[in-house]
Design a protein around this ligand. Sequence first.
Ligand code: NAD
Length: 293
Amino acid sequence: TAAVIDGKSIADDIRSRIGSEVRRMKESIGMVPGLGVIMVGQRKDSETYVRNKMMACEEVGIKSNVAHLPEHCTKDQLLKALSKFDVDPSVHGILVQLPLPQHLDERKIMDVLSPEKDVDGFHPINMGNLAMRGREPMFIPCTPKGCIELLLRSGVEIVGKKAAVIGRSNIVGLPASLLLQRHHATVSIVHAFTKNPEHITCEADIVVTAAGVPNLVRGNWLKPGAVVIDVGTNPVVDPSCERGYRLIGDVCYEEAVRVVSAITPVPGGVGPMTIAMLLSNTLDSAKRAYAFT
Ligand code: NAD
């Protein structure tokens, strides 16, 4: 059966390395990285994500600040909170917890964020630089960056391999496909309009899935020996769980483990890497701001 790619332990390793870098920065220049988080409204899932991010910051010594705005705040209030972080030299990374309430236009908000503090990597300048050859984005979106890191740390060769990415969202699928190309894979993109997606995925040496559809990818969609990175995090009803639901991926795990050579579990695969990459992006940003090497 397949090797399980242990995202939790890889992420722990990265976090402890970040912790020592933050200490080294503090000891040599008396500064620490700072993260500003903007959260609008009270979505339960967003609150959990924000809390987890802040706890992770604290653990490695990154100073985090959250600006919590009410659900019905105006665009101007939100822009004001953003610009407060933007002009604050002790804040090196800013993230706006998405999704925003309907009345706020996500695109317009992201446009005013300084690309230098865009630790989520969602600003069009950073995304554009990620897409263009010969250019370097200041930040790479955390989840796809975590996927690549899992491949590299598991010793998976990417150069020259066939990769299939399922999903083309701005947050995961699109940047994952761009990153895999940067690593010289030949990339196919599968999305909701793709006909016979299994014909594409079954040729791929590497499959990254971010569709948000539980058990979409069956064992017969996969090439024997392939490596699977399952980004999907889908709640399914399970009365035997305390919360009444549990999380599963996009891949039918029980079938896939019999076919592939390595796979990430859900939970415990990509999820922990996303936060580790956020910390890493914030540290990199502070190092750049203080010219600290
Ligand atoms: P999204 O809904 O924005 O995008 C889904 C993409 O999948 C779309 O491009 C769509 O075309 C494609 N798709 C939908 N149904 C499909 C189908 N039947 N066949 C092929 N393609 C299909 O979602 P997202 O924000 O990219 O998130 C995707 C999944 O990843 C979700 O389960 C989400 O919870 C999870 N996620 C996990 C993390 C993490 O840190 N682990 C981070 C972000 C998202």
